[in-house]
Design a protein around this ligand. Structure first.
Ligand code: ASP
Length: 332
């Protein structure tokens, strides 16, 4: 959301810089990065998400956001993020302008710039969710917009609402975050959900266990943040090295679409597969998570294991997004 009153500096861009820490209440604010969150405002959002779940389970929907409009602008494919935002808005009584799978039919395909598309949509909507292939694009949208922007994934950058639902799931499933051993497996380099979740987990006292091939190791800036925070970290190539130690096994897809050289993708695809046999070595009380979609990283045989939390994690996404929409629209 652009700051009112600032002199226009760059072709209508009102504000340049990082999105600020979220105040309690979140009213009118952008959600661009997990760096905006504190333990306190996470608790606030998680509390609302629990209420949202209770409402959905009890009566299905409410008219809290009746008369308000969400614009969903997705320049990249999405199933869960787009549909859970649409479901969230619908269950809160609001309506949605969905420019998702149909972005090729909008003026974006005519070459309209992101700022112009944002300015257009904000004349119709009260809040916008944007997914875009370029890192930093959500911040750019927020710099131009007067209405709140929610980052639904900016290239290899961040996916803050996913990190919130991931953390919410960890708390719901295991009852705490402090003291846990967190394993992250797969594409740590390009996986934006890993970047956001790892940054967010730095607010807690945990141990990180990273598993990836050399070319998909965690980016240096994320690793530096963890080291600066002084949290213990191990890195390995083999899931077997960590499977028996972790409380959370966060599995990710190798992000094929981010590879410039597909031969390199072929070298690392299918490297990690979580199977029932491997789960035999895991703790009795632990959870397996995945932001989804999975493309072979977790075999279907694991789905019936009570420790497989990825479908519950996915459902939590709707409650978290209901909470965020209500909060930024001042109705929480
Ligand atoms: N759905 C997640 C994302 O948009 C994870 C993935 O695509 O692998 O980043």
């Amino acid at each position: 959301m652009a700051t009112e009153g600032n002199a226009s500096t760059d072709n209508g861009r009102k504000k340049v810089g990082l999105a600020p820490r979220l105040d309690n209440g979140f009213y009118g604010q952008d959600i661009i990065s997990v760096s905006q969150f504190t333990r306190e405002n996470l608790e606030y959002i998680f509390g609302i998400a629990e209420e949202m779940r209770a409402i959905v389970k009890r009566v299905g929907s409410t008219d809290l956001l009746k008369g308000t409009v969400l614009a969903c602008l997705f320049y990249e494919p999405s199933t869960r993020t787009s549909s859970s935002f649409i479901a969230a808005m619908s269950r809160l009584g609001g309506t949605v302008i969905p420019i998702t799978q149909g972005v090729q039919f909008s003026s974006v395909s005519k070459g309209e710039s992101l700022p112009d598309t944002i300015r257009t949509l904000e004349s119709y909507a009260d809040v916008m969710v944007i997914r875009h292939p370029e890192m930093g694009s959500a911040q750019i949208a927020a710099d131009y917009a007067r209405k709140p922007i929610i980052n639904g994934g900016d290239g290899v950058g961040e996916h803050p609402t996913q990190a919130l639902l991931d953390l919410f799931t960890i708390k719901e499933e295991l009852g705490r975050v402090d003291g846990l051993d967190i394993g992250m497996v797969g594409d740590l380099r390009y996986g934006r959900t890993v970047h956001s979740l790892a940054r967010l987990l730095c607010l807690y006292d945990i141990r990180f266990n990273f598993v990836s091939p050399e070319i998909l190791r965690l980016p240096l800036d994320v690793m530096n943040g963890i080291r600066k925070r002084g949290l213990p970290v191990t890195e390995t190539y083999d899931v077997a090295d960590i499977i028996s130690d972790v409380d959370v096994l966060y599995v990710t897809r190798v992000q094929k679409e981010r590879f410039a050289d597909l031969a390199q993708y072929e070298e690392v695809r299918g490297l990690y597969v979580i199977t029932p046999e491997l789960m035999g070595q895991a703790k009795e009380k632990m959870i397996v998570m995945h932001p989804l979609p999975r493309v072979g990283e977790i075999s279907y045989g694991v789905d019936s294991d009570p420790r497989a939390a990825y479908f519950r994690q996915m459902e939590n996404g709707m409650y978290i997004r209901m909470a965020l929409l209500a909060a930024v629209l001042g109705k929480a």
